[in-house]
Design a protein around this ligand. Sequence first.
Ligand SMILES: Nc1ncnc2c1ncn2[C@@H]1O[C@H](COP(=O)(O)OP(=O)(O)OP(=O)(O)O)[C@@H](O)[C@H]1O
Ligand SMILES: [Mg+2]
Length: 644
Amino acid sequence: MDQQKEFEILIRKDRDSHREKVWHGNLLGYLEKVKEDPTIVKLAHARIYDIIIKAGVRNIQDTDDPHLKKLYKDESIKIYNFFSDEFYGIEKIISQIVRYCHAASLKGEESRQVLYLMGPVGSGKSSLVEKIHRGLEASDPFYAIEKCPMFEEPLHLIPRHLRKEFEKMLGVHIEGDLCPVCRYRVKEEFKGKYEEFPICTMEFSKRARVGAAVVPPVDPNNQDTSVLIGSEDISKLDLYSEGDPRVLELNGALNVGNRGMVEFIEVFKNEVEYLHCMITATQEKVVPAPGRHGLVYVDTVILAHSNEAEWQKFKSDHTNEAILDRIVVVKVPYNLRLSEEVKIYQKIIRNSDFRAHVAPHTLEISSMFAILSRLEPTNKCDLMTKLKLYNGEEVVEKGRTKKVDVVELREATKREGMGGISTRFIMKALDNSLSDNVAGNCINPINVREALIDMIREADFPDDTRKQYLEYLQDTLHKEYLEILEKEITRAFVYSYQEQAEALFQNYLDHAEAYVNKSKVKDRNTKEDLAPDEGFMKSIEEQIAIIGSSADGFRQEVIAYLWASNRRGEKIDYRSYEPLKEAIEKKLMASVRDLSRVVTKARTRDEEQSEKYGAMVKNLLENGYCTTCVDVVMKYAANHLWKD
Ligand SMILES: Nc1ncnc2c1ncn2[C@@H]1O[C@H](COP(=O)(O)OP(=O)(O)OP(=O)(O)O)[C@@H](O)[C@H]1O
Ligand SMILES: [Mg+2]
C-alpha cells in the first residue's frame, strides 16, 4: 500500500508541474504574455542555442583535469555542460556545433544553412543529434497556434500592415507567414477575427512529431517529397474544390519539424531533388505546399549527418555546388584521448545490460587498441608514445621527458581520427570476450585482447591493415600490458608502496642535492656529515639507463626542476619529476622481482611464501580484481613476466 502511495505521489507531482506550464488562451492573451516576457518568442536556432547555454559553460582552463589543461594550454576552448556528461574527448567538435548555433541564433548567414556532421562510423554523430533532440524535449513548452499542423508561432496571425506597430509595442521581431491551413481557418472559421484565434502551449516530442522530425534515407526508387512536405489527401479531393487547403496534410518532416529541428540521417543517400527541398527550407525558410497551395514558411534547424565516403562522392560532383555552398560542415572524428575513450565504454556499459565484472585495465587496453588504430604514424616518435602524449602524459626517454609538441604532432596529420576501429567494434569485442567466459562472468585485458585478435582475423580489412592491427594487439599492447601488470603486482607486493617510493625519493634528493652543491649529506639518524652516496644514486639512475657521464646532468636537472616547482608553491613528491618517478618505480619493481618470480611461479610454497602470496592477492582484490580475474592475471604474469 505504501509503495502505491509513493507511485501516486510521483505521478501527481509530475502532472501538477506540467499543469503549471500549460497555457490556453487566444491571440490577445498571448500578446499580453509576450509583452510580459518577450523572450518567449524565439526562432528555432536561438531556442536550441539557449537550451545548450542554459546548462552552463566552463573554460577548459577552469576544469580540474591537469592533462586537459596542458593539452589545450594555448587554445581557448569552452566546455558545454549540456554535452559534457555524455560526450568525451570531442570538446573542440562540440564547440564548433555550438558556434554554429550561436551564429545562427543571431540570424547570421548560418541560420540559413544546414549543419552537417561528417565522420566515421560510431564517432558519435547520431548521439550528438539525439542529445539535442532530448534537450528540446526537456525544454519548456512553446506557444503555438492551436491545431496548426505546423505548430506555428502565433504572431504569424498578425497581418503584415500591423506588424511594425506590434513589433514596437512588444519589443520583438515578427517573422514568417501563416500556413495555408490557418489562413483558411482565420477567414472561414473566425471570419477574419484573428485576435480570437486559440493559442496553446505545446511540448517538443520526437515520437509525437511535434517540433522534431527525423528523415531516414529514402528508398531511391520512391523519392516522393511527401515525406518532407506532406501531401494532399486524395479522399478529400472530391469533397473540396481545387486549391481548398482542407485537403492538405502538412505532415512532412519539414512541416512537423517547424519550431524545432529536422534530422537527416545519411543525408547524401537521397536524390538531389530531395536535397534541394532541404536546402530551400533553410536558405529561403519556405517549402512548397503539396499541390497548388503556394509556399509555406518554416523555421527549423536542419541537422544532417553521414560518413565521409558519401560526402566525398557528393562533393566530387560539381553539379552539387549550389548545395555544397549552403552546408556548414563539422567533422566528427573519433576521440583520440585514452582517458576519454575509457569513459565512452564506461558510459555505454552503464547504459546497457552488460553486468559482468570488468577487471582493471580492460577498458584501458581496449581503448589503447582503438586509438592506436586511429593514429597516423609520425617520424617524431612511436605510436604508443604519440598515444600517451595525446593523453597529456609525459613520456620519459633516455632519462628525459620527451619534448614533442602535441600541437605540432596534431597539425602534421592529414585525417587522423577519421578512420580506424570504431566504438562499436570495441563494444562487440567486450561482449564476445564475455560470452567466451560466461562462467567467470568477468572480462579482463587478456580475454578481451584475444577476442579482438579473433575479430580482426575474421573481419574484412585490407591485408596490410589487418597485419598492422594484429601487430598492435600481439606486440605493442602485449608489451604495454605486461608493463602495467608488473607495476601492479609490485604495488601489491610491496607493503606500503607509496611510503617506500617516497623514502627513496627523499633519499635520492638529499644525495643529489649534496652532489650538485658539492656539499655533504647529514645522516638522518646519526647526524653525521657524509659524502653523497654515488652507489645509491646510480642504483636508481641505471633503472632508466642513465649511466656514466650523463648522471651529472641528470642530477642537476632533477634538482633544478624540483627547485622551480617548489618556488611555484607546488607540493613535491616522488611523482613530481616524471623521469625520476619512473626510475624509482622501476627500482622498486626490481627489488621484488625475484620474490615475485619465486612466489608467483611456485607450485608449492613454503609458509612464508604462502603468506606473501596471500597478502598480495588480498591487495589485488581490494584494488578492483575479482577472484576470477586475479587467477587469470597471476597465471598470465607467471607465464609471461618471469620466464625462466
Ligand atoms: N566522443 C564520444 N563520447 C561519448 N560517446 C561516444 C563518443 N563517440 C562515440 N560514442 C558512443 O559510441 C556509440 C556509437 O555512436 P553513434 O551511434 O552516435 O555513432 P555515429 O557516428 O552515428 O555512427 P554511424 O555513422 O555508424 O551512424 C554511441 O553509444 C555513442 O554515444
Ligand atoms: Mg549514426
